[in-house]
Write a new protein. Structure first.
Length: 116
């Protein structure tokens, strides 16, 4: 969540609690250091939003749920990738074994020819 999003979310929380969002209240609500220009921009943006836009500001729970969904999808994608890599590894091991066997046969044949 960007600092501006945090300011908008804090303003929405204050407004939902029946308080008029101000720079001081938002700064206190955030509990973290945010640059004053960002606070001002966020408050001005919030005040200029329609009620529908204000309602569409995502809550922490919504953001966390989206992040959790993304993590789950990434986990599934990573698992597919691991499975594919494991299959490729098995194939490469088989190919290496075949090449090693062929090399051993060729070395044996070369050794027999040099002894003659």
């Amino acid at each position: 969540m960007s600092p501006l999003d945090q300011v908008l979310y804090a303003a929405k929380q204050l407004s939902d609690a029946g308080k008029n969002p101000t720079l001081a209240l938002i700064k206190t609500k955030l509990g973290i250091s945010v640059a004053m220009p960002t606070l001002i921009q966020g408050l001005q943006q919030y005040k200029s939003m329609s009620d529908a836009d204000k309602a569409s500001i995502k809550t922490t729970a919504q953001i966390n749920a989206a992040a959790q969904e993304n993590l789950q999808q990434q986990s599934v994608d990573d698992q597919h990738r691991v499975e594919k890599l494991e299959q490729e590894l098995v194939l490469l091991k088989k190919e290496l074994k075949a090449v090693t066997q062929r090399l051993t046969i060729l070395e044996s044949a070369a050794k027999k020819n040099s002894e003659k």
